[in-house]
Design a protein around this ligand. Structure first.
Ligand code: DP6
Length: 334
């Protein structure tokens, strides 16, 4: 029996992927950029056992058996086998795949991204496939291709109808910007109502703003973001990120039927961050939201204690009677 184990990080997009130009191949309408989190914090871990003695391929996610016929999973298996030089032994293998996340699934924390990146890395190791595997991870979930690398990563939308140029590349390793910190505010651990796949599919079909964003906004923004990362310009970085996140959610509203991912707490955090930055006379914190209410903050290490204090004051984990944050009020303590 052959056994391999891999881990892969969660990534949080700072320029969002929202919309596919090809649903089948999972090709995006625009480039996107993300940061991969340290794997000691939030990650997926996948172990694959391969043996000719197993009766069938099987998969367990977080301890529960799931269908091996999931089309996205099958896409990854097919792609890896296409790239592998299959020995007679490998031809007879059946796989037992066990994957675990150490964070809530489908809560807008890109669990599928880490999961499919990890699955692809483990399959590549098992079948001895070398070279870039981001296009294999992409076949499982678009954003997964960015979790194949650490640090800041860019997913190039590409123009090839077959998707050969739709791959992820590292912009810089995490060591380039060691002061950067990410705070994940878990507002709600429930599953989202509209999956990102459905939300973006409806968006491509019905939102003019999505088309405008992909053609006229993101191409310039993605270059500016690349530059802000290279030069470690935090203020520029945070401003671009907030604008892009809000635009993605504006596209969601412009979609028919509209999809809503943010809730009152997410809006409250957004208001608070703007008020805090304004009171500080500089952009100290940036926020971004994926397809869920959880808000992710990017900030520099030196500002973490103050921001944690601020969040604790306005959004205490347990309700406190005499502390109430009213949307629109600037924080008194900033
Ligand atoms: C809002 O990668 O989950 O997180 O390709 O359909 O699996 P599929 O979508 P998915 O979409 C993620 C969208 C996002 C933004 C981002 O990560 O860039």
């Amino acid at each position: 029996m052959s056994i391999v184990t891999c881990i892969a990080p969660v990534n949080i997009a700072v320029i969002k992927y929202w919309g596919k130009r090809d649903e089948q191949l999972i090709l995006p309408v625009n480039d996107s950029i993300s940061a991969s989190l340290d794997t000691d914090q939030l990650c997926a871990k996948t172990t694959i056992m391969a043996s000719a003695d197993f009766d069938a391929d099987r998969i367990w996610l977080n301890g529960r058996e799931e269908s091996i016929n999931n089309p996205r999973l099958q896409n990854c298996l097919r792609e890896i086998k296409k790239r592998a030089q299959l020995s007679p032994e490998m031809e007879n293998w059946k796989l037992h795949i066990c994957s675990k996340n150490n964070f809530p699934t489908a809560a807008g924390l890109a669990s599928s991204a880490a999961g499919y990146a990890c699955l692809s890395a483990a399959l590549a190791k098992l079948y001895r496939v070398e070279g870039d595997i981001s296009s294999i991870a992409r076949c499982g979930s678009g954003s997964a291709c960015r979790s194949v690398y650490g640090g800041f990563v860019r997913w190039y939308a590409g123009t090839d109808p077959n998707g050969n140029d739709s791959i992820a590349k590292q912009i810089v390793p995490a060591s380039h910007w060691p002061e950067m910190r990410i705070l994940i505010l878990v507002v709600n651990e429930e599953r989202k109502k509209t999956s990102s796949a459905i939300g973006m599919k409806n968006g491509v079909l019905t939102s003019e703003l999505l088309k405008y964003r992909a053609e006229h906004c993101v191409p310039k923004r993605v270059e500016e973001m690349n530059q802000a990362i290279m030069t470690k310009n935090f203020e520029k970085f945070a401003q671009l990120m907030m604008k892009d996140s809000n635009q993605m959610h504006a596209v969601c509203l412009d979609t028919s039927p509209p999809c809503f991912y943010l809730n009152d707490v997410s809006f409250g955090v957004i208001d608070l961050i703007h008020a805090y930055n304004e009171a500080s006379n500089r952009v100290k914190v940036g926020y971004t939201n994926d397809a869920g209410p959880n808000t992710v903050l990017y900030l520099l290490e030196k500002d973490v204690p103050e921001v944690l204090g601020l969040l604790d004051y306005y959004f205490p984990s347990k309700p406190v009677d005499n502390v109430e944050y009213k949307r629109g009020n600037p924080p008194a303590s900033a």
